[in-house]
Each structure stands twice: as C-alpha cells, then as structure tokens.
Design a protein around this ligand. Structure first.
Ligand code: ADP
Length: 244
C-alpha cells in the first residue's frame, strides 16, 4: 500500500523528529508504532496522513496518493462536536463530502452498531462515557470506509477495563472493515495485544529500530495466554535493545 522511504523530518525549532525512517505498509496490516514519548511516532503518523511533509525521503503510495476518505484518523481525545448527537458527529465526514443526510444515515447507523453503540445514536457526547465517546470517534473515522485507519494513542486516556474492552472490539472492527491500521502507542502490552507487526522506534532522532511479527491468536482468554506473556517479554527485550 505504502512505502515510507528514508524519511526525515526536522522542525524549524531544530528538533530532528525523524531520521531515515523506513516502513512498508501492506493491505490488512495491523501495525503498532511503539516507543517512548518524543520518539517521533505522531510525526510519522501525521506524515502518513498527509498532515505534514517530510524534509527528506518520500512516501510512495502504490496506487497513487490517497483521496479524501481513504484515510481515517483517530486521536487521543475523541474530538467530538459537543452539541451534536453521536449520529451527527459520525455523519460529519459524509456531510463534508456532500452526502445528503437521509442517504448517509444508513451507513452512519451501521457503523455505530459495529462499534457497539446501538441505541445511542441520538446521545450527545456529555451523556456518554469516555469509552463510548472514543467509540463514536472510531465510527466517525470508519464511516467513509477508509483503506487506512491511523490511530494516535486512542485509548491512553481511558481506564484499564475500558481500554481492554476497546482493544478487543477494535480487533473485531478491523477484521470486519478489512482496512490497514497503524496504531501509535507507548504501551508494550497494548502493542503486543493488538498488532500483527510491532514496529519499535528510538528517540532523538526518531528511527525505526526493529520489528517483531506476532501470530497471537485472539479469544476471550488472550491476556492469560502464555503466548501473550512471551510476546510481551520479547517486545520488552526488543525495546530495551532498541533504547540501548
Ligand atoms: P511521539 O509521538 O513519539 O511522542 P512526536 O512525534 O510527537 O513524538 O515528537 C517527536 C519530537 O518532535 C519531540 O521532541 C517533539 O517535541 C518534537 N515535535 C513534534 N511536533 C513538533 C512541532 N510541530 N514543532 C517542533 N517540534 C515538534
């Protein structure tokens, strides 16, 4: 889908956020970008989203640059319109593309149901819990059926129980939607639980250091699975080496 080739980004402040970053994204990948705060994860995500431009290197899209709606973005904060209902928040990207409300609503409702919000279509953000607001945010990112879903520490502000539930549900959503996910996190446990490819970054300047591939099988007991414990250990050791 995308090759990130020798990408560098230095901000006008002088901070070299990325140096010689290389990454190949394939269809249906689930990639975690893992590393400590400040190692350039968000910078790389913003470059992939087209929200920022590299100073060196290039991003090579296999089928040409993505169109509006091909990429969905989910931030750490749900960033919902506080006065608008869940369905109107999710409808927004369609509205911005000129879709009429009654034509868009079936898709809006389908995606709200998919993220577990059946019955909450008319709720406003303040009537929803933090986890539910994040579900609305994910639904809004999915409503245009993006090929690529970019997520920047989306669950970092949630309590651990809610986070675990959203992680499990995100995997279901990813399998159904068939899109590629790039998920930024500084949690080893989260990266190991979610991703098929765990890409480790080191700071100053940010580089992609190594990658671990996961074949973890997911079920209700995944977090108790010795295979999950070994994967967490392997990622922790990998990160230790990367940061040495
Ligand atoms: P991460 O997502 O891994 O926490 P970031 O990509 O946000 O890291 O930041 C990488 C480095 O670049 C940090 O040192 C950060 O302070 C710096 N940085 C990020 N964005 C900007 C910006 N717009 N201007 C200047 N420096 C920035």
């Amino acid at each position: 889908m995308l090759t990130v080739s020798h990408v560098g980004r230095r901000f006008p402040s002088g901070t070299e956020a990325l140096r010689d970053a290389n990454l190949h994204l394939r269809e249906h990948d689930f990639i975690a970008l893992l590393g400590p705060s400040g190692c350039g994860k968000s910078t790389l995500l913003r470059l992939i989203a087209g929200l920022d431009q590299p100073d060196s290197g290039e991003l090579i899209w296999e089928n040409g640059p993505p169109a509006a709606g091909d990429i969905g973005f989910v931030f750490q904060d749900a960033t919902l319109l506080p006065w608008a209902t869940a369905e109107d928040n999710v409808f927004l990207p369609l509205r911005l593309r000129g879709v009429a409300r009654d034509r868009g609503m079936p898709d809006v409702h389908a995606v709200l149901h998919r993220v577990g919000l059946k019955g909450f279509e008319r709720a406003r953000p303040r009537q929803l819990s933090g986890g539910m607001r994040m579900r609305v945010s994910i639904a809004r990112a999915l409503v245009t059926r993006p090929r690529l879903l970019l997520m920047d520490e989306p669950f970092a502000a949630l309590d651990e129980f809610t986070r675990h539930k959203l992680q499990a549900d995100l995997l279901d959503v990813w399998r159904q939607a068939g899109c590629t996910v790039v998920f930024v996190t500084h949690s080893i446990y989260e990266a190991a639980y979610l991703a098929r490819r765990i890409v480790m970054m080191t700071p100053r300047p940010g580089r992609i250091d190594r990658e671990i591939t996961s074949t973890l099988a997911h079920g209700p007991e995944t977090r108790l699975d010795p295979a999950y414990a070994s994967l967490v250990a392997a990622v922790a050791v990998g990160m230790e080496k990367a940061l040495r």
